[in-house]
Write a protein of this length. Structure first.
Ligand code: CTP
Ligand code: MG
Length: 252
């Protein structure tokens, strides 16, 4: 598939507090083999020929540090840094609003031969804390979003999953062949996902990932094969796991 006449933007929520990491700082500034987590994440999108521009959501007091990292790692596709919100969903929405505004105002250079840049634009929403995303995943995601309109990356679960009551009584074993662990990126048509975020905002509904908005509002989204390496840096042992992945040990 040729992507040359399409626009793909990256929206990177990076405004969390990293409470489960218990490091006292935003975990995305922690280094993996000398390079900050967020720099690794951004570099994948920077290097991808698919991606036109990148918008990051950040905590207000971390914007300067983030801009310094973008300069140091030559993230030239940065289209803007916006304030994050209290939840991941709010942070994503702020970036989507900014991106749509910039595109509508003609401030983002049109790189593809599209009729209407806003409705022809796709957005890949990706956690700043997932530094092991790779070009293959971006391409699979782009292919799927172009043909199916909405998708998320994930991996089949390896464990046997049981459903219980609140009192921990085991109710049943879920059919593993239909179970996936969702990751990011998740990709959408920009105007559609922004409309759903606006609706969720008005209805005060909060979801932890973006395909959940489509599920809730009755739209289809499809699963794309991710990678077991595409971990989210969440707790202290993930730093050790991340360093192991960097040594070339593959969990694929
Ligand atoms: N995120 C964000 N804005 C928030 C909360 C989270 O932009 N208000 C981002 C995080 O920075 C992260 C991604 O969303 O890149 C996934 O969230 P998560 O792993 O939960 O990160 P934190 O919320 O920072 O961590 P914790 O839940 O342990 O506090
Ligand atoms: Mg969180």
């Amino acid at each position: 598939m040729s992507f040359s006449d399409m626009n793909f933007f990256a929206v990177i929520p990076a405004a969390g507090s990293g409470s489960r990491m218990k490091s006292g700082t935003n975990k995305q500034f922690m280094e993996l083999a000398g390079i900050p987590v967020i720099a690794r994440t951004l570099s994948v999108f920077q290097k991808s020929p698919l991606i036109t521009g990148i918008v990051i959501s950040a905590r207000e007091n971390e914007i300067d540090d983030l801009l310094r990292i973008c300069r140091e790692y030559k993230i030239t596709k940065l289209a803007g840094v916006v304030f994050g919100g209290d939840t991941r969903q709010m942070s994503v929405r702020n970036s989507l609003l900014f991106l749509a505004e910039k595109i509508t105002a003609g401030e983002i250079i049109k790189t593809a031969n599209c009729e209407n840049l806003l409705s022809d634009s796709y957005v890949l929403i990706h956690d700043g804390a997932r530094p092991f995303v790779c070009e293959d995943i971006l391409e699979r995601c782009a292919e799927c979003v172009v043909s199916k309109k909405a998708c998320g990356v994930g991996v089949p679960v390896k464990d046997t999953i049981k459903q219980t009551t609140v009192g921990n009584e085991i109710l049943k074993t879920l059919d593993r062949s239909s179970l996936w662990a969702i990751q990011t990126p998740q990709a959408f048509l920009l105007d559609n996902i922004l409309a759903l975020h606006n609706r969720a905002y008005e209805e005060k509904k909060d979801f932890t990932d973006d395909t959940a908005l489509l599920e809730y509002y009755g739209q289809k989204a499809f699963m794309v094969e991710g990678s077991y390496n595409n971990i989210k840096i969440t707790t202290p042992e993930d730093i050790i796991l991340g360093e192991t992945i960097l040594k070339g040990i593959n969990f694929n």
